[in-house]
Write a protein that binds this ligand. Structure first.
Ligand code: AMP
Length: 281
């Protein structure tokens, strides 16, 4: 695996391969890699000729400076994992490379996606996400880019950006990879103690219960019971639990025939903000 740190080096590495007709896959990450990230790489491999992984802890998407400061950065371990996973190229720029002085302000109209759920609780987060993902797309010009369903709203935001800006990249949304007990893998999990990790299981347990109950119970009741369970879970501070239309993320009161619904949750455990989601059908 080669490693490049500047856009110029990235372009010099990719341009000849692109000219040879090779298809390029991009897996954008913030590092502290785990099996979830590697699953995106594995997803991309058979679809493309060259897999590029980027590691960049993007400051503009953090609305909480403490979260940014505490974000894990085990770069040597990450490099080892990517080599083992046979990633072709790692792009790991410094902040100044992605945000040079005089960089123009960024704002993309994301409609209600920028007002609900994550956006409501993390103002500006999706502006930062779209800003960096646009920069990465612009730098790598991938044919395909892979994202995890774990960040459900993020996937929809990026889909929205690709459509709104008429970008030619194809997006692949990959399933959430979980621990054996169901906990969604997340780089932030390393900040949990063993006890906190157990408390965090309340999120996936509640999602699973909601999924089972949604087959026989009115949606409002499913949501009320999920909220009551999470509010009563020791060590868990709930931010939101909602069921929404899985295609638009619009509000729904009942799941109509042919409609797809998703339950989404965000909560704090031991000062760590965790998110998860599950399709109900
Ligand atoms: P991050 O490094 O957290 O920004 O994540 C980079 C990419 O990996 C995003 O597309 C995430 O949605 C995806 N990802 C994170 N956790 C998981 C997981 N448990 N399963 C699948 N994909 C994931």
């Amino acid at each position: 695996m080669d490693i490049v740190k500047t856009r110029k080096e990235l372009d010099a590495w990719l341009a000849p391969r692109r000219e040879q007709g090779k298809r390029i896959g991009l897996v954008p990450t913030m590092g502290a890699l785990h099996a979830g990230h590697l699953s995106l790489l594995e997803y991309a491999k058979p679809l493309v000729d060259v897999v590029v992984c980027s590691i960049f802890v993007n400051p503009t998407q953090f609305n909480d400076p403490e979260d940014l400061a505490k974000y894990p950065r085990p770069i040597e371990r990450d490099i080892k994992m990517l080599r083992q996973a046979k990633c072709d190229l790692l792009f790991m720029p410094e902040a100044g490379e992605m945000y040079p002085e005089g960089d123009p302000d960024w704002h993309l109209d994301l409609g209600q996606l920028d007002e609900i759920l994550e956006a409501e609780h993390r103002p500006g987060h999706f502006q930062g996400v779209t800003q960096i993902v646009y920069k990465l797309f612009d730098a790598a010009k991938p044919d395909i880019a892979c994202f995890g369903q774990k960040d459900f709203q993020q996937c929809m935001v990026i889909q929205h950006m690709v459509q709104a800006l008429g970008l030619s990249v194809k997006l692949a949304i990959c399933p959430t990879v979980r621990e054996h007990d169901g906990l969604a893998l997340s780089s932030r999990n390393v900040r949990l103690s063993d006890a906190g990790r157990k408390q965090a299981l309340a999120l996936v347990d509640t999602l699973q219960e909601a999924k089972a109950r949604s087959r026989s119970m009115p949606l409002a009741q499913v949501v009320d019971e999920a909220i009551a369970k999470l509010d009563g879970s020791e060590g868990v501070r709930l931010e939101y639990f909602e069921v929404r239309d899985a295609v638009t993320l619009g509000e729904i009161h009942e799941v109509e025939a042919g409609q797809s619904a998703v339950a989404l949750v965000a909560a704090w455990v031991e000062g760590v903000r965790l998110i998860d989601n599950m399709l109900l059908d």
